[in-house]
Design a protein around this ligand. Structure first.
Ligand SMILES: [Fe+2]
Ligand SMILES: [Fe+2]
Length: 225
């Protein structure tokens, strides 16, 4: 679904270095969030071989976050002074989901991220030789994709060793959908409230007008209606 959405937004991508920088900063934020989740996984798992992999995964995600941030600031130096772009979401996913569902969730995320990067890299490849060519960002995506493929593959291996893969993937997909819905609800509730109130005000405007136009009774008379 996200890939379809990303494909639809193609005409708005790469329109300026500033827009590219904003997008790369969003990638950096996602990578940073992933770093925190992998660190929690490394600290919490009881298995030493999985701990080693989670730790190496965390190191990769931290490096990706730095690579995306540096390229973003190179494209738009004003981002270096914007504190809001350094945010990360740390949702304690390992603790909340448990190890098998966490692995399924990470596997799905890595698969999607790699597919998205392939798409973006191909879009940039099509610009080569034109004024919109961006070889540095394309090389960056190429480098990150190699690590994402490793993450995608080892999480699948661990997952199939720990649990029936299909049911965990299904459960992780469902959890992700539910989280997306709740996040959307939280983000849109303010806008929905404003729209509802405006609609109410507009619908009630004729009533207020009718009230003003109502003939006034002489003083001392009571309205028995
Ligand atoms: Fe990454
Ligand atoms: Fe990754």
């Amino acid at each position: 679904m996200r890939l379809v959405f990303a494909r639809l937004l193609k005409p708005f991508r790469w329109r300026s270095p500033r827009a590219t920088a904003r997008m790369l900063m969003a990638f950096a934020r996602a990578e940073r969030s992933s770093f925190f989740d992998m660190m929690e996984a490394a600290n919490t798992t009881s298995d030493l071989s999985r701990r080693a992999k989670y730790l190496s995964h965390a190191v990769d995600e931290n490096r990706h976050a730095q690579m995306f941030s540096l390229r973003a600031v190179e494209l738009d130096p004003t981002l270096a002074f914007d504190d809001s772009v350094a945010r990360a979401d740390f949702e304690h996913l390992f603790t909340r989901l448990g190890e098998t569902r966490f692995l399924a969730f990470v596997h799905l995320g890595e698969k999607r991220a790699r597919a998205q990067m392939v798409m973006f890299r191909d879009e940039l490849a099509a610009f080569e030789g034109t004024a919109r060519a961006d070889t540095k960002t394309k090389a960056l995506l190429d480098a990150v994709m190699v690590d994402e493929a490793v993450h995608e593959s080892y999480t699948r291996e661990f997952l199939s060793a720990l649990a029936p893969e299909a049911s965990e993937l299904r459960s992780a997909r469902f959890w992700e959908l539910r989280r997306g819905w709740l996040r959307w609800g939280a983000a849109s509730s303010g806008v929905l409230f404003t729209l509802t109130m405006w609609t109410l005000y507009v619908l009630m405007a004729p009533l207020a007008l009718m009230e003003r136009m109502r003939p006034q009774l002489p003083s001392g008379w009571r309205d028995s209606r």
